[in-house]
Design a protein around this ligand. Structure first.
Ligand SMILES: [Zn+2]
Ligand SMILES: [Zn+2]
Length: 100
């Protein structure tokens, strides 16, 4: 599980999101219904980043807030701000540094 920090210097959009899996040791099998993997999406209605657990049976690529269809971010890191579409700063926060 990684924490990512997004910051746009143009419109000052700022967001911290947790992406990936909770537990690195968990493996995905049909028996494991608790598997979580948070993927990054863009809500076009709110113009912001949201995350969705793609292994959740109830998750259907729709925004939990407004029900609009989410656009998946396929790059490993987004390059553009969802609000103003200029280049965005993306930083991965090292959790071991934060804790230790
Ligand atoms: Zn922006
Ligand atoms: Zn939304």
């Amino acid at each position: 599980m990684d924490v990512w920090y997004f910051k746009c210097s143009n419109c000052e959009y700022e967001k911290k999101l947790t992406l990936g899996t909770y537990d690195l040791e968990q493996t995905f099998t049909d028996l494991n219904e608790d598997f979580v993997y948070y993927k990054l999406f863009i809500c076009k209605k709110e113009n912001m980043f949201v995350t969705g657990n793609i292994y959740d049976n109830h998750f259907d690529n729709r925004c939990l807030t407004d029900g609009s269809e989410l656009v998946p971010v396929e790059e490993s890191q987004p390059k553009k701000c969802p609000k103003c579409n200029t280049n965005i700063l993306v930083e991965k926060i090292d959790l071991s540094e934060v804790i230790g």
